[in-house]
Write a protein that binds this ligand. Structure first.
Ligand code: AAT
Length: 292
């Protein structure tokens, strides 16, 4: 009975639960910020769980990480300076590194233990940390962004946990204001933006805060990620005042970059068609978003 109560009482998705069969628990620890669990699942490979919430699985991490990195970076020409918020597993860095124009990547992750665990159990994700352009900052992103130089970044990617626990402040207006300040004119933000099935109000709040904060475009995109609650995840894309950004029609196509680079690791999910398709919204969401 107690188990059932716990199972269905998650504040982010009360009344529902998703199960994965655990073959083997590989790691269980507690950092200063959260509980960290890694297990081997039957179907989705290894899974990283923070405070009881699935952050990624080996099978479908490609969808989330490729989309959250390439949606913003393919929407502007020659991104050079990029900030990743959260993302301690390293996979967003791995994706950002595909862009040859990028010269400097800052990552601000609050919890060093997530990085250590990822290096041990998810080397094909943590490989992102090996790129010499990467500069690691272990800090709370709200503090890091308050101190960031004005106009430093071409793109900011917020790959943060759900807004319970250490990521609570990352969906609030002061945080978005510091991001807008840290971006150059015409710079872009891509922010993890939850599930359209479960968090319509949270999405509406984030969109209206972003309309007030970012004076360029504000768009919502989404992708299928089976191990996230309800099987989808959203991305909020915003640009600051300056050269206009047309998120739906990427100017910096990945196919050209990939062709030039002949990358060792092929993209599994993202391509230009998926990029544009991600902005097609179901009727109910389009109504709710356009009313803002
Ligand atoms: N790459 C997919 C996994 C994540 S990880 C989110 C990361 O954000 C975690 O490592 C967590 O420690 C970090 N984080 C949380 N709060 C902060 C903060 N205030 N400052 C810096 N880093 C932070 C995201 C999964 C999305 C799940 C969707 N349901």
């Amino acid at each position: 009975k107690a188990c059932k109560k716990l199972y269905f009482n998650n504040p982010m998705w009360p009344g529902e639960a998703h199960s994965l069969k655990v073959e083997n628990i590989l790691y269980r620890g507690k950092s200063e910020f959260q509980e960290i669990l890694v297990f081997e699942s039957s179907i989705y490979g290894k899974v990283l769980v923070l405070d009881g919430l699935v952050q990624l699985s080996e099978k479908d991490e490609c969808a989330y990480q490729e989309m959250i990195a390439h949606l913003p970076l393919c929407s502007i020409t020659s991104p050079k300076t990029v900030l990743v918020v959260g993302g301690g597993d390293g996979a967003v860095l791995r994706e950002v590194s595909r862009h040859p124009s990028v010269e400097h990547i800052d990552i601000c992750e609050i919890d060093k233990m997530v990085i250590d665990v990822s290096k041990k159990f998810f080397p094909q994700l943590a490989v992102g940390f090996q790129d010499p352009r990467v500069h690691l900052h272990i800090a709370d992103a709200t503090e890091f962004l308050r101190l960031a130089p004005e106009g430093k970044y071409d793109a900011v990617i917020v790959d943060s946990s759900d807004p319970v626990g250490p990521a609570q402040e990352l969906v609030e207006k002061p945080f978005f204001e510091t991001i807008a300040r840290a971006l150059r004119p015409g710079g872009v933000l891509c922010n993890m933006a939850e599930s359209m099935w479960l968090h319509t109000h949270l999405i509406q709040d984030m969109i209206s805060v972003c309309h007030q904060t970012f004076k360029g475009s504000v768009e919502y995109a989404w992708a299928s990620v089976p191990t996230y609650p309800s099987g989808v995840i959203g991305f909020l894309l915003c640009s600051t005042a300056g050269p206009p950004v047309d998120f739906k029609n990427p100017v910096n196509s990945i196919e050209k970059l990939e062709g030039a680079l002949k990358h060792k690791r092929e993209l599994k999910f993202y391509n230009s068609e998926m990029h544009s398709a991600a902005f097609a919204l179901p009727a109910f969401l389009r109504r709710e978003v356009s009313a803002l």
